[in-house]
Design a protein. Structure first.
Ligand code: SAH
Ligand code: DHB
Ligand code: MG
Length: 225
C-alpha cells in the first residue's frame, strides 16, 4: 500500500484555496519557524482551522494546549476564544516558546495566550495544584511517550463536557503494530489502551491524509454524568 500520495497535498491546497484562503499571520508564523530551523511538525492548515472550529463549536473560554512549538496551532486555537478567553500552552523548549510568543504577538493574540515553559507533566501538576478554573478544550500534541499521562491530567483539568483532541494517533498505520520500530508508537498505543472502556471519556479517532501524509487525530468528550 502506498504510504503517501502527492495528490493528498494537492487536495489540501484545493481545500485551503476554497475554504480558508490567505492567512498572513499563519504564513508569517511558518516563515519565522523555518528561519529559526524549528521542525515543520505544526498541524496542517486544514487541521488548524478544524481546531479553531471545534473550539468555537464547544464555546471554549479556556483552552489548554500541550506542545506549543512555534505557536501555529496556538494561533488557530486562540482565534476561537472570546474577548475574555484564555489559552494556556505548555512547551519544553525555551527557544520554541520565545518564538511562539513572538509569532502570537504578531498575530495580535498575545493578551489571550500564556505559554508555560517546562516539562508538561510538571506544568500540569502545577496547574492542578492551583485554583484556576477548568478547561473547556484540550489539544495534546507534545511527546507521544506521555500521551496516556496527558489524558489523565487533561481529564482532571477539564470540566465535564470538555472536548479533548490528540494529534498523530495513526502514524502511517504504525499504531496497529505492537512491534513498531517507531519509538513514538508505544505511547500512542498506551493512549488507546487507556481509553478502552474508560469510565470518563467517550472517544473516536479519525484517519487523515493530506500535506502531513497519513496520520489522524483522536477526539474525546469528558462525560458529564
Ligand atoms: N502544536 C504545535 C506542534 C507541536 S510539536 C503546532 O501544531 O503548531 C510538539 C512540541 O512538543 C515540540 O515543540 C516539543 O518541544 C514539545 N514537547 C516535547 N516534549 C515535551 C514535554 N515533555 N513537555 C512539553 N513540551 C514538549
Ligand atoms: C512529530 C510530532 C508531531 O506532533 C507531528 O504532528 C508530526 C511529527 C514528530 O515528533 O515526529
Ligand atoms: Mg502533531
Amino acid at each position: 500500500m502506498a504510504k503517501s500520495d502527492p495528490s493528498w497535498s494537492d487536495v489540501d491546497d484545493y481545500i485551503v484555496e476554497h475554504l480558508i484562503g490567505n492567512d498572513p499571520a499563519l504564513d508569517a508564523c511558518l516563515a519565522a519557524n523555518a528561519r529559526e530551523h524549528l521542525p515543520a511538525i505544526d498541524v496542517s492548515t486544514t487541521q488548524g482551522r478544524m481546531l479553531e472550529l471545534l473550539a468555537r463549536g464547544v464555546g471554549a473560554k479556556r483552552i489548554l494546549e500541550i506542545g506549543t512549538l512555534g505557536g501555529y496551532s496556538a494561533i488557530s486555537l486562540a482565534r476561537a476564544l472570546p474577548e475574555d478567553g484564555h489559552l494556556v500552552s505548555l512547551e519544553l523548549e525555551p527557544e520554541y516558546a520565545a518564538l511562539a510568543r513572538s509569532n502570537i504577538e504578531k498575530a495580535g493574540l498575545a493578551p489571550k495566550v500564556e505559554i508555560i515553559v517546562g516539562e508538561a507533566v510538571k506544568s500540569l501538576a502545577a496547574l492542578e495544584a492551583g485554583d484556576a478554573s477548568r478547561f473547556d478544550f484540550v489539544f495534546v500534541d507534545a511527546d507521544k511517550e506521555n500521551y496516556a499521562a496527558y489524558l489523565e491530567h487533561a481529564i482532571r483539568l477539564s470540566r465535564p463536557g470538555a472536548m479533548l483532541v490528540f494529534d498523530n494517533v495513526v502514524r502511517e498505520g504504525e499504531v496497529i503494530n505492537a512491534d513498531s520500530s517507531d519509538p513514538k508508537v508505544p505511547g500512542t498505543r498506551a493512549l488507546y489502551g487507556a481509553l478502552q472502556d474508560h469510565p470518563l471519556v467517550d472517544a473516536t479517532a479519525i484517519q487523515t491524509v493530506g500535506s502531513k501524509k497519513w496520520d489522524g487525530f483522536l477526539l474525546g468528550i469528558v462525560r458529564d454524568n
